[in-house]
Design a protein around this ligand. Structure first.
Ligand code: ASP
Length: 340
């Protein structure tokens, strides 16, 4: 039997087509998918399209939509061999990261893709992204899926979803994964980097986690950051955790007002996570005094996680009500290949 692929359209440029009369971009009706993209008939798999009732620009995505995607996957998990999620590129790395945490014991491919130009555009990148994503989702070895994780496919590369960041609003190569190599590269052949793929040897069934706690904040440091502003953010009564994007290898100012504000937040039970604002590389709080001070206070290291991954892992761990005494250890441990 051919692999059965579920194609989930959530919205974004990829599913848009120009109305020939009004010349405006409109969401494409996925019921006519094969009719509009006959190339899909040549693929050696069966494609079943489903669509969000109201397709979204991904800037409007929030955890309720991640739960909706995870639920569609859960409900179709037994009957399908792979899942392709069509999604706007703007927040695709957040959704890919969130899904990687929400889908525990995943043993089938979940491939997110999108495009910079609509599928109906003459120069579109949508067709290649869509066709290759479906081919990758259908890859099998001895009747089992080759990819057993959440990936993001764009412009000839499949990346581990929770390692990606959108880096360009103009180029077809819109995503980068600077701390982890591509899982698959598409050229004349599909080159699978088998050694680095997530291996799921367990027979455990898929568990879908649907609680995400959003009482968190992201704070990017910059020279001149104001004490009052930092203090007021950290005083928000419902705040559970803060991700601080620090400089370089995890360094921050050692001025008293800053360290006192962090210490007070930690004393109140707010988790403080350190990720670097550099696109690549890792937090290593041992390297400079400016990092060591944070480490001594009890700040958690995000190591080489992306900001997208750190934010969604936090929502997931807070949703799970991970006990306080285990929080730092679990956060600093790779659970879905998000840390090197
Ligand atoms: N604004 C669009 C979105 O993220 C851009 C895209 O589809 O790539 O939904």
């Amino acid at each position: 039997m051919k692999p059965q692929i579920l194609l989930i359209y959530t919205g974004g440029t990829i599913g848009m087509i120009k109305d020939p009369i009004t010349a405006t971009l409109q969401a494409f009706d996925f019921a006519y998918l094969i009719e509009k993209i006959p190339e899909l008939n040549l693929l050696d798999c069966d494609i079943h399209p489903v669509s969000f009732e109201t397709p979204l620009d991904s800037s409007n995505m929030n955890p309720s939509h991640w739960i909706a995607i995870a639920t569609i996957i859960e409900e179709n998990y037994q009957t399908h061999d792979g899942f392709v999620v069509l999604h706007g590129s703007d927040t695709m790395s957040y959704t890919a990261s969130a899904l990687s945490f929400m889908l525990e014991n995943l043993a089938k491919p979940v491939i997110l893709t999108g495009s910079q130009l609509p599928i109906g555009d003459l120069r579109t990148d949508a067709k290649e992204n869509l066709i290759t994503s479906i081919q990758i989702a259908a890859l099998q070895n001895n009747n089992t899926a080759v990819i057993k994780e959440v990936g993001l496919y764009f412009e000839y590369k499949l990346y581990r979803g929770n390692r990606t960041t959108k880096i360009n609003a103009e180029h077809f190569q819109a995503f980068a994964s600077l701390n982890f190599p591509a899982l698959v590269t598409s050229g004349v052949h599909l080159k699978v980097n088998h050694e680095i793929l997530h291996k799921n040897y367990s027979q455990a069934r898929l568990v879908v986690h649907k609680k995400m706690n959003t009482n968190i904040v992201l704070l990017k440091l910059f020279p001149g950051i104001s004490p009052v502003i930092l203090q007021s953010i950290l005083e928000i009564p419902t705040l559970k955790a803060v991700v601080i994007e620090t400089y370089g290898s995890g360094n921050a100012t050692t001025e008293d007002w800053f360290l006192e504000a962090i210490e007070e937040a930690l004393d109140k039970g707010v988790f403080v996570i350190n990720v670097t604002q550099c696109a690549g590389g890792s937090v290593s709080m041992n390297q400079y005094q400016t990092g060591k001070t944070l480490q001594k206070l009890g700040v958690i290291s995000g190591k080489d996680m992306t900001t997208e991954s750190a934010m969604t892992k936090l929502m997931f761990m807070l949703g799970l009500e991970t006990p306080k005494n285990m929080f730092k250890t679990v956060f600093e441990t790779s659970i879905r290949g998000e840390i090197s």
